[in-house]
Design a protein. Structure first.
Length: 167
């Protein structure tokens, strides 16, 4: 298995493969609602990547997508994240690797905070979040939603400072 950044040209096939690899229960937990099929507008939103404000990583096994983690900017330095792993690969470390890769990408893109919503009943995801984001703040919101907030830290190098001044 390998995890890498996903690009918009390949996003459609990856999104289709992962969506179809999710059971109705997994789709419900991912989208917080029953989603029997991937509509054209949902597919457009999930495949719309620009590499900065909308970015994603994909996990593959033998070149077949088995999971996707996405981030969408919600401010200048904050991004919402979402994760899906096909059912046969759940609880096998794929989610952990996806979150780690997405966190590195977010740090490279200079995001200072990641956040996301998890259904309170999705205990495997909450367990993954606690393991992958030590020190994350988990707060209960309405409708049994748990809001996860995780501050990222990154090292500012001399080169970064000079590049920022030139910008």
């Amino acid at each position: 298995m390998r995890v890498r950044e996903m690009h918009s040209a390949e996003a459609g096939d990856a999104v289709d493969a992962v969506f179809h690899g999710l059971s109705p229960r997994s789709r419900y937990l991912r989208f917080h609602a029953p989603v029997p099929r991937l509509t054209a507008s949902m597919r457009r939103r999930l495949t719309d990547l620009d590499g900065h404000r909308k970015a994603a990583v994909v996990a593959e096994c033998r070149r077949q997508p088995i999971g996707i983690a996405r981030l969408i900017a919600t401010g200048d330095d904050a991004a919402e994240i979402a994760l899906a792993v096909v059912d046969p690969w759940q609880r096998r470390g794929v989610g952990t690797k996806l979150i780690a890769a997405l966190s590195r990408l977010a740090t490279d893109l200079r995001y200072a905070e990641l956040h996301g919503d998890v259904l309170g009943e999705n205990q495997p995801m909450l367990h993954l979040v606690r393991r992958a984001f030590p020190g994350a703040r988990l707060t209960r919101a309405e409708d049994d939603i748990v809001r996860v907030t995780y501050p990222l830290t990154f090292e500012l190098t001399h080169e970064d400072l000079v590049a920022g001044l030139r910008w």
